[in-house]
Design a protein around this ligand. Structure first.
Ligand code: ADP
Ligand code: MG
Length: 232
């Protein structure tokens, strides 16, 4: 589903160059639940943002469903994101003046979904995260764990095939973190591929796969070998 070959990313400012990712090779298959771990500044968020086509890269290639994302227009990338990818962030990123329902609905409006289709998806998503009764609340009236579940509902309502989660439990206490993790496992069991950045060793163990990044380089027992793939 996802194939990265020798992908590198350099952030350039006037004074310094930061090699955020160095010749990264990675293959993620449909249905995987992979944890991404590594020290702060090692390139985890950069990798996730590139996978989500929110960030460009300097060299190498990224194939999503067998097609390179290189050279795609902003409009084409945005379409790809809308069709395939969902995001969850550490800080929930909910709109505080919008009800839970309206928060989940907003990206569906952007996508031009009809009111009836939006309603159906929102109801389903609220059911999944167990917050149907809180649909008219504002984010500030919910606990952190509940707010993250709203953010998950918002992502899931887009019916993504890939869910990219950047430290989704980073702001949560351990009980709420466990609930969010169980929810992600449930979503994965329904067929959604998940890549999750985490600092929690227990979560990394529970995920089917653990990919480590150190200083922009990937360390993974199941690392993809582009040379072997070429000769196959
Ligand atoms: P992590 O998520 O593992 O903490 P990041 O992917 O955020 O790491 O960052 C990797 C490296 O790239 C760090 O050295 C960081 O300072 C640098 N970096 C990230 N984003 C930018 C940016 N927009 N401009 C310049 N440097 C950046
Ligand atoms: Mg990060």
């Amino acid at each position: 589903m996802i194939t990265l070959t020798n992908l590198s990313k350099i952030f350039r400012t006037e004074l310094i160059e930061t090699h955020a990712l160095r010749e990264v090779n990675l293959q993620v298959n449909e249905g995987e639940f992979a944890a991404l771990t590594g020290p702060s500044g090692s390139g985890k968020s950069t990798l996730l943002n590139i996978l989500g086509t929110l960030e460009s890269f300097d060299s190498g290639d990224y194939l999503l469903d067998g097609k390179s994302v290189k050279g795609l227009s902003d409009a084409a990338l945005s379409k790809l994101r809308n069709e395939k990818i969902g995001f969850i962030f550490q800080s929930f990123n909910l709109i505080k003046d919008f009800s839970i329902y309206d928060n989940i609905e907003l990206p569906l409006r952007y996508r031009g979904l009809k009111a009836s289709a939006r309603k159906q998806r929102i109801e389903q998503a609220l059911e999944l995260v167990g917050l149907h009764a809180r649909r008219d609340y504002l984010p500030g009236q919910l606990s952190g764990g509940q707010q993250q579940r709203v953010a998950i509902a918002r992502a899931i309502a887009g019916q993504p095939r890939i869910l990219l989660a950047d430290e989704p439990t980073g702001n949560l206490d351990s009980l709420m973190a466990r609930q969010v993790m169980e929810l992600l496992e449930q979503i994965n069991q329904q067929g959604c591929t998940i890549l999750m950045v985490t600092h929690d060793p227990d979560q990394a163990r529970r995920a089917g796969r653990n990919i480590q990044i150190i200083d922009g380089q990937l360390h993974d027992a199941t690392m993809y070998d582009p040379l072997a793939a070429q000769s196959a």
